[in-house]
Ligand binder design. Sequence first.
Ligand SMILES: Cc1ncc(COP(=O)(O)O)c(C=O)c1O
Length: 369
Amino acid sequence: MTADGWLDRLLVPAAHRLPSNAEYLAHLGVAAADETLIRLASNENTEPPSPRVREALERAYLDANLSPPPVPPLRHALAARHGVGVEQVLLGAGSTELIDAILRAFVRAGDEVVLPTPSWPVFRRRLEALEARIVDVPLDAGEEAYAYDVDAMLDAVTDETKILIVCSPNNPTGNAMPTNELRRCAAAGPLLLLDAAYADFDTGDDVMRLVDESERVVVTRTFSKAYCLAGLRVGYVMGNGDLLDHVDRFLVPGSSISSAALHAGLAAFEDEEYHRRQVERIRAERERLTAELRALGVRAFDSRGNFVAIEAPEGARTLADAILEHGVVVRVMGERLVRITVGRREENDGVLAAIRRARAPRPAARSPR
Ligand SMILES: Cc1ncc(COP(=O)(O)O)c(C=O)c1O
Protein backbone atom coordinates (compact mmCIF):
# COMPACT_ATOMS: atom_id res chain seq x y z
CA MET A 1 0.00 0.00 0.00
CA THR A 2 1.36 3.46 -0.92
CA ALA A 3 0.76 6.62 1.11
CA ASP A 4 -2.87 7.78 0.48
CA GLY A 5 -3.24 5.13 -2.26
CA TRP A 6 -1.75 7.18 -5.16
CA LEU A 7 -0.51 4.01 -6.89
CA ASP A 8 -3.97 2.44 -6.86
CA ARG A 9 -5.37 5.50 -8.57
CA LEU A 10 -2.65 5.43 -11.26
CA LEU A 11 -2.96 1.77 -12.20
CA VAL A 12 -5.28 0.61 -14.99
CA PRO A 13 -8.21 -1.46 -13.65
CA ALA A 14 -6.79 -4.77 -14.89
CA ALA A 15 -3.59 -4.19 -12.91
CA HIS A 16 -5.54 -4.54 -9.67
CA ARG A 17 -6.69 -7.99 -10.66
CA LEU A 18 -3.63 -9.46 -12.35
CA PRO A 19 -2.00 -12.35 -10.53
CA SER A 20 1.72 -11.93 -9.95
CA ASN A 21 4.29 -13.45 -12.30
CA ALA A 22 6.40 -14.43 -9.29
CA GLU A 23 3.59 -16.68 -8.07
CA TYR A 24 3.00 -18.12 -11.54
CA LEU A 25 6.69 -18.92 -11.99
CA ALA A 26 7.29 -20.21 -8.45
CA HIS A 27 8.22 -23.68 -9.83
CA LEU A 28 11.22 -22.14 -11.62
CA GLY A 29 12.42 -20.68 -8.32
CA VAL A 30 12.03 -24.04 -6.58
CA ALA A 31 14.07 -25.78 -9.29
CA ALA A 32 16.74 -23.04 -9.42
CA ALA A 33 17.26 -23.15 -5.65
CA ASP A 34 18.38 -26.78 -5.64
CA GLU A 35 20.40 -28.21 -8.50
CA THR A 36 19.91 -31.75 -7.28
CA LEU A 37 16.19 -31.66 -8.10
CA ILE A 38 14.99 -33.29 -11.32
CA ARG A 39 13.44 -30.46 -13.26
CA LEU A 40 10.32 -31.57 -15.10
CA ALA A 41 8.02 -28.60 -14.51
CA SER A 42 8.57 -26.22 -17.43
CA ASN A 43 8.61 -28.23 -20.65
CA GLU A 44 12.18 -27.22 -21.31
CA ASN A 45 14.46 -29.65 -23.10
CA THR A 46 16.58 -31.22 -20.37
CA GLU A 47 19.47 -31.81 -22.81
CA PRO A 48 21.88 -29.04 -23.86
CA PRO A 49 21.64 -27.53 -27.36
CA SER A 50 23.62 -28.62 -30.41
CA PRO A 51 27.41 -28.12 -30.07
CA ARG A 52 27.07 -25.74 -33.02
CA VAL A 53 25.23 -23.40 -30.67
CA ARG A 54 28.30 -23.21 -28.44
CA GLU A 55 30.44 -22.17 -31.43
CA ALA A 56 27.82 -19.62 -32.49
CA LEU A 57 27.77 -18.11 -29.01
CA GLU A 58 31.54 -17.75 -29.13
CA ARG A 59 31.30 -16.03 -32.52
CA ALA A 60 28.59 -13.77 -31.07
CA TYR A 61 31.32 -12.06 -29.05
CA LEU A 62 32.63 -10.52 -32.26
CA ASP A 63 29.53 -8.47 -33.05
CA ALA A 64 28.19 -8.02 -29.53
CA ASN A 65 28.93 -4.28 -29.82
CA LEU A 66 26.61 -3.89 -32.83
CA SER A 67 22.82 -3.69 -32.98
CA PRO A 68 21.24 -6.75 -34.60
CA PRO A 69 20.22 -6.26 -38.28
CA PRO A 70 16.51 -5.54 -38.90
CA VAL A 71 16.17 -8.70 -41.02
CA PRO A 72 18.57 -11.18 -39.41
CA PRO A 73 19.78 -14.29 -41.28
CA LEU A 74 17.60 -16.46 -39.02
CA ARG A 75 14.51 -14.80 -40.48
CA HIS A 76 15.69 -15.56 -44.02
CA ALA A 77 16.46 -19.16 -43.05
CA LEU A 78 13.00 -19.68 -41.52
CA ALA A 79 11.27 -18.14 -44.55
CA ALA A 80 13.28 -20.34 -46.92
CA ARG A 81 12.60 -23.53 -44.93
CA HIS A 82 8.86 -22.87 -44.81
CA GLY A 83 8.71 -21.62 -48.40
CA VAL A 84 7.30 -18.17 -47.62
CA GLY A 85 8.47 -14.59 -48.10
CA VAL A 86 10.62 -13.02 -45.42
CA GLU A 87 7.81 -10.55 -44.66
CA GLN A 88 5.72 -13.53 -43.58
CA VAL A 89 8.01 -14.30 -40.65
CA LEU A 90 8.58 -12.23 -37.51
CA LEU A 91 11.05 -13.06 -34.77
CA GLY A 92 10.49 -12.44 -31.08
CA ALA A 93 12.21 -12.94 -27.75
CA GLY A 94 10.39 -16.23 -27.30
CA SER A 95 7.01 -16.90 -28.85
CA THR A 96 5.47 -15.46 -25.68
CA GLU A 97 6.48 -11.99 -26.81
CA LEU A 98 4.89 -12.51 -30.23
CA ILE A 99 1.68 -13.94 -28.80
CA ASP A 100 1.45 -10.93 -26.52
CA ALA A 101 2.01 -8.54 -29.45
CA ILE A 102 -0.62 -10.33 -31.57
CA LEU A 103 -3.17 -10.03 -28.78
CA ARG A 104 -2.36 -6.36 -28.24
CA ALA A 105 -2.59 -5.63 -31.97
CA PHE A 106 -6.13 -7.02 -32.23
CA VAL A 107 -7.85 -7.10 -28.84
CA ARG A 108 -9.33 -4.13 -27.01
CA ALA A 109 -11.11 -4.17 -23.64
CA GLY A 110 -14.43 -5.99 -24.06
CA ASP A 111 -13.51 -7.82 -27.29
CA GLU A 112 -14.28 -11.52 -27.28
CA VAL A 113 -11.61 -14.15 -27.60
CA VAL A 114 -12.51 -17.83 -27.80
CA LEU A 115 -10.20 -19.81 -25.55
CA PRO A 116 -10.30 -23.59 -25.15
CA THR A 117 -9.82 -24.61 -21.52
CA PRO A 118 -7.55 -25.87 -20.05
CA SER A 119 -4.70 -24.46 -22.08
CA TRP A 120 -1.44 -22.62 -21.54
CA PRO A 121 -2.20 -20.15 -18.69
CA VAL A 122 -0.31 -17.30 -20.35
CA PHE A 123 -3.13 -16.77 -22.89
CA ARG A 124 -5.56 -16.00 -20.08
CA ARG A 125 -3.05 -13.87 -18.19
CA ARG A 126 -2.33 -11.67 -21.22
CA LEU A 127 -6.02 -11.44 -22.15
CA GLU A 128 -6.90 -10.41 -18.61
CA ALA A 129 -4.33 -7.64 -18.86
CA LEU A 130 -6.17 -6.40 -21.96
CA GLU A 131 -9.58 -6.75 -20.27
CA ALA A 132 -10.73 -9.01 -23.09
CA ARG A 133 -13.95 -10.98 -22.74
CA ILE A 134 -12.67 -14.54 -22.55
CA VAL A 135 -15.12 -17.11 -23.90
CA ASP A 136 -14.05 -20.41 -22.37
CA VAL A 137 -14.75 -23.59 -24.32
CA PRO A 138 -13.96 -26.72 -22.28
CA LEU A 139 -12.02 -29.53 -23.88
CA ASP A 140 -13.54 -33.02 -23.76
CA ALA A 141 -11.71 -35.30 -21.34
CA GLY A 142 -11.82 -38.91 -22.52
CA GLU A 143 -10.49 -41.79 -20.42
CA GLU A 144 -7.02 -41.63 -21.97
CA ALA A 145 -7.00 -38.49 -24.13
CA TYR A 146 -8.36 -34.99 -24.26
CA ALA A 147 -9.96 -33.61 -27.44
CA TYR A 148 -11.01 -30.19 -28.67
CA ASP A 149 -14.75 -29.65 -28.95
CA VAL A 150 -14.53 -27.87 -32.30
CA ASP A 151 -18.31 -27.56 -32.77
CA ALA A 152 -18.58 -25.82 -29.39
CA MET A 153 -15.69 -23.52 -30.34
CA LEU A 154 -17.36 -22.55 -33.59
CA ASP A 155 -20.70 -22.05 -31.82
CA ALA A 156 -18.91 -19.66 -29.45
CA VAL A 157 -17.86 -17.35 -32.30
CA THR A 158 -20.01 -14.19 -32.49
CA ASP A 159 -19.78 -10.82 -34.27
CA GLU A 160 -17.78 -9.60 -31.27
CA THR A 161 -15.14 -12.33 -31.59
CA LYS A 162 -11.68 -11.11 -32.55
CA ILE A 163 -9.55 -14.19 -32.18
CA LEU A 164 -9.87 -17.93 -31.76
CA ILE A 165 -6.92 -19.36 -29.92
CA VAL A 166 -5.82 -22.93 -30.50
CA CYS A 167 -2.76 -24.45 -28.93
CA SER A 168 -1.88 -27.63 -30.81
CA PRO A 169 -0.53 -29.85 -29.38
CA ASN A 170 -2.20 -28.34 -26.35
CA ASN A 171 -0.32 -27.52 -23.18
CA PRO A 172 -1.14 -29.12 -20.71
CA THR A 173 -3.48 -31.77 -22.10
CA GLY A 174 -1.26 -33.00 -24.98
CA ASN A 175 -3.95 -33.41 -27.64
CA ALA A 176 -3.59 -31.91 -31.12
CA MET A 177 -6.29 -30.50 -33.35
CA PRO A 178 -6.45 -32.28 -36.72
CA THR A 179 -5.67 -30.05 -39.71
CA ASN A 180 -9.18 -30.26 -41.19
CA GLU A 181 -10.58 -28.98 -37.86
CA LEU A 182 -8.00 -26.19 -37.80
CA ARG A 183 -9.27 -25.23 -41.25
CA ARG A 184 -12.81 -24.99 -39.89
CA CYS A 185 -11.54 -22.70 -37.11
CA ALA A 186 -9.68 -20.57 -39.63
CA ALA A 187 -12.83 -20.21 -41.71
CA ALA A 188 -15.07 -19.38 -38.73
CA GLY A 189 -13.30 -16.65 -36.84
CA PRO A 190 -11.85 -13.36 -37.92
CA LEU A 191 -8.41 -14.65 -36.91
CA LEU A 192 -7.01 -18.00 -35.79
CA LEU A 193 -3.99 -17.79 -33.50
CA LEU A 194 -2.40 -21.22 -33.65
CA ASP A 195 0.24 -21.75 -31.00
CA ALA A 196 2.37 -24.58 -32.37
CA ALA A 197 5.06 -24.47 -29.67
CA TYR A 198 5.02 -28.28 -29.49
CA ALA A 199 4.40 -29.07 -33.16
CA ASP A 200 7.95 -30.48 -33.51
CA PHE A 201 6.89 -33.44 -31.35
CA ASP A 202 3.69 -34.15 -33.28
CA THR A 203 3.63 -36.59 -36.15
CA GLY A 204 0.65 -34.94 -37.85
CA ASP A 205 0.52 -32.65 -40.90
CA ASP A 206 2.75 -29.61 -41.32
CA VAL A 207 0.50 -26.91 -39.84
CA MET A 208 2.58 -24.20 -41.49
CA ARG A 209 0.66 -25.00 -44.68
CA LEU A 210 -2.36 -23.27 -43.15
CA VAL A 211 -0.58 -19.95 -43.51
CA ASP A 212 -0.51 -20.47 -47.29
CA GLU A 213 -4.14 -21.46 -47.35
CA SER A 214 -5.59 -18.60 -45.31
CA GLU A 215 -4.63 -15.00 -44.55
CA ARG A 216 -6.55 -15.36 -41.32
CA VAL A 217 -4.14 -17.74 -39.64
CA VAL A 218 -1.04 -16.86 -37.67
CA VAL A 219 1.17 -19.66 -36.34
CA THR A 220 3.68 -19.19 -33.53
CA ARG A 221 6.66 -21.51 -32.99
CA THR A 222 9.51 -21.61 -30.52
CA PHE A 223 13.16 -22.62 -30.17
CA SER A 224 12.59 -23.29 -26.45
CA LYS A 225 11.61 -26.95 -26.76
CA ALA A 226 12.97 -29.15 -29.55
CA TYR A 227 15.93 -26.79 -30.17
CA CYS A 228 16.92 -26.69 -26.45
CA LEU A 229 17.14 -22.87 -26.31
CA ALA A 230 14.61 -21.86 -23.63
CA GLY A 231 17.21 -19.69 -21.92
CA LEU A 232 18.06 -17.68 -25.03
CA ARG A 233 14.47 -16.66 -25.86
CA VAL A 234 13.89 -17.20 -29.57
CA GLY A 235 10.49 -17.63 -31.18
CA TYR A 236 8.77 -16.76 -34.43
CA VAL A 237 5.40 -16.23 -36.00
CA MET A 238 4.32 -16.87 -39.57
CA GLY A 239 1.34 -15.30 -41.28
CA ASN A 240 0.18 -12.74 -43.77
CA GLY A 241 2.81 -10.05 -44.38
CA ASP A 242 0.47 -7.04 -43.89
CA LEU A 243 -0.95 -8.53 -40.73
CA LEU A 244 2.53 -9.19 -39.31
CA ASP A 245 3.64 -5.70 -40.22
CA HIS A 246 0.97 -4.45 -37.81
CA VAL A 247 1.92 -6.97 -35.15
CA ASP A 248 5.52 -5.76 -35.51
CA ARG A 249 4.38 -2.25 -34.55
CA PHE A 250 3.45 -3.65 -31.15
CA LEU A 251 6.98 -4.96 -30.61
CA VAL A 252 9.67 -2.63 -29.35
CA PRO A 253 11.56 -0.97 -32.20
CA GLY A 254 14.91 -2.61 -32.66
CA SER A 255 15.31 -6.21 -31.71
CA SER A 256 14.32 -7.59 -28.34
CA ILE A 257 16.23 -10.75 -29.27
CA SER A 258 19.94 -10.30 -28.62
CA SER A 259 22.38 -10.89 -31.47
CA ALA A 260 23.79 -13.80 -29.42
CA ALA A 261 20.37 -15.46 -29.40
CA LEU A 262 19.98 -14.82 -33.14
CA HIS A 263 23.32 -16.50 -33.89
CA ALA A 264 22.48 -19.39 -31.59
CA GLY A 265 19.01 -19.82 -33.07
CA LEU A 266 20.41 -20.00 -36.59
CA ALA A 267 23.04 -22.55 -35.58
CA ALA A 268 20.42 -24.71 -33.84
CA PHE A 269 18.05 -24.43 -36.80
CA GLU A 270 20.74 -25.47 -39.27
CA ASP A 271 21.69 -28.55 -37.25
CA GLU A 272 18.77 -30.56 -38.55
CA GLU A 273 20.27 -33.87 -37.48
CA TYR A 274 20.53 -32.75 -33.84
CA HIS A 275 16.94 -31.51 -33.90
CA ARG A 276 15.75 -34.79 -35.42
CA ARG A 277 17.51 -36.82 -32.73
CA GLN A 278 16.00 -34.67 -29.96
CA VAL A 279 12.52 -35.09 -31.36
CA GLU A 280 12.92 -38.87 -31.74
CA ARG A 281 14.37 -39.25 -28.26
CA ILE A 282 11.58 -37.25 -26.64
CA ARG A 283 8.80 -38.98 -28.57
CA ALA A 284 10.13 -42.41 -27.61
CA GLU A 285 10.53 -41.43 -23.96
CA ARG A 286 7.07 -39.83 -23.94
CA GLU A 287 5.48 -43.10 -25.06
CA ARG A 288 7.50 -45.09 -22.49
CA LEU A 289 6.64 -42.65 -19.68
CA THR A 290 2.93 -42.75 -20.56
CA ALA A 291 2.89 -46.56 -20.60
CA GLU A 292 4.80 -46.81 -17.29
CA LEU A 293 2.52 -44.28 -15.62
CA ARG A 294 -0.50 -46.29 -16.71
CA ALA A 295 1.15 -49.45 -15.44
CA LEU A 296 1.33 -47.72 -12.04
CA GLY A 297 -2.42 -47.14 -12.18
CA VAL A 298 -2.08 -43.45 -12.97
CA ARG A 299 -4.56 -41.91 -15.44
CA ALA A 300 -2.13 -40.49 -17.99
CA PHE A 301 -3.37 -38.67 -21.08
CA ASP A 302 -2.00 -39.32 -24.58
CA SER A 303 0.35 -36.53 -25.58
CA ARG A 304 1.80 -35.15 -28.80
CA GLY A 305 4.06 -32.72 -26.93
CA ASN A 306 7.18 -33.08 -24.77
CA PHE A 307 5.07 -33.55 -21.62
CA VAL A 308 2.43 -35.86 -20.21
CA ALA A 309 -0.59 -34.75 -18.16
CA ILE A 310 -1.83 -36.99 -15.38
CA GLU A 311 -4.88 -36.91 -13.19
CA ALA A 312 -4.36 -36.46 -9.47
CA PRO A 313 -7.48 -37.66 -7.63
CA GLU A 314 -5.89 -36.56 -4.33
CA GLY A 315 -5.53 -33.00 -5.72
CA ALA A 316 -2.80 -31.73 -8.04
CA ARG A 317 -1.04 -29.64 -5.38
CA THR A 318 -0.95 -32.57 -2.95
CA LEU A 319 0.52 -34.90 -5.57
CA ALA A 320 3.05 -32.35 -6.88
CA ASP A 321 4.24 -31.63 -3.32
CA ALA A 322 4.57 -35.34 -2.60
CA ILE A 323 6.60 -35.84 -5.81
CA LEU A 324 8.79 -32.88 -4.85
CA GLU A 325 9.52 -34.53 -1.51
CA HIS A 326 11.11 -37.30 -3.60
CA GLY A 327 13.26 -34.89 -5.57
CA VAL A 328 11.29 -34.07 -8.73
CA VAL A 329 9.64 -30.76 -9.66
CA VAL A 330 6.46 -31.17 -11.72
CA ARG A 331 3.75 -28.65 -12.53
CA VAL A 332 0.26 -28.13 -11.18
CA MET A 333 -1.97 -27.28 -14.16
CA GLY A 334 -5.44 -27.51 -12.64
CA GLU A 335 -7.24 -28.73 -9.54
CA ARG A 336 -6.57 -32.34 -10.49
CA LEU A 337 -4.14 -32.05 -13.37
CA VAL A 338 -0.38 -32.42 -13.04
CA ARG A 339 1.96 -32.00 -16.01
CA ILE A 340 5.25 -33.86 -16.28
CA THR A 341 7.85 -32.75 -18.81
CA VAL A 342 9.49 -35.62 -20.68
CA GLY A 343 13.13 -35.61 -19.65
CA ARG A 344 16.06 -37.95 -20.21
CA ARG A 345 15.49 -41.63 -19.49
CA GLU A 346 16.96 -41.44 -15.98
CA GLU A 347 14.94 -38.33 -15.16
CA ASN A 348 11.75 -40.04 -16.29
CA ASP A 349 12.66 -43.06 -14.18
CA GLY A 350 13.16 -40.59 -11.32
CA VAL A 351 9.64 -39.19 -11.61
CA LEU A 352 8.17 -42.69 -11.92
CA ALA A 353 9.96 -43.72 -8.73
CA ALA A 354 8.81 -40.52 -7.01
CA ILE A 355 5.18 -41.19 -7.94
CA ARG A 356 5.47 -44.79 -6.78
CA ARG A 357 6.79 -43.62 -3.41
CA ALA A 358 4.37 -40.74 -3.14
CA ARG A 359 1.46 -43.11 -3.72
CA ALA A 360 2.77 -45.89 -1.45
CA PRO A 361 0.72 -46.25 1.73
CA ARG A 362 2.59 -44.68 4.63
CA PRO A 363 3.45 -47.11 7.44
CA ALA A 364 0.85 -46.80 10.18
CA ALA A 365 2.01 -44.75 13.16
CA ARG A 366 2.83 -46.96 16.11
CA SER A 367 0.22 -46.58 18.80
CA PRO A 368 1.61 -45.42 22.16
CA ARG A 369 1.95 -48.17 24.71
C1 LIG B 1 1.90 -23.47 -25.37
C2 LIG B 1 3.10 -22.62 -25.23
N1 LIG B 1 3.25 -21.59 -26.06
C3 LIG B 1 4.32 -20.79 -25.99
C4 LIG B 1 5.29 -21.01 -25.04
C5 LIG B 1 6.39 -20.01 -24.95
O1 LIG B 1 7.56 -20.34 -25.38
P1 LIG B 1 8.73 -19.28 -25.55
O2 LIG B 1 8.25 -17.94 -25.14
O3 LIG B 1 9.81 -19.78 -24.68
O4 LIG B 1 9.03 -19.33 -27.00
C6 LIG B 1 5.19 -22.07 -24.16
C7 LIG B 1 6.22 -22.30 -23.15
O5 LIG B 1 6.14 -23.08 -22.27
C8 LIG B 1 4.06 -22.90 -24.25
O6 LIG B 1 3.87 -23.92 -23.42
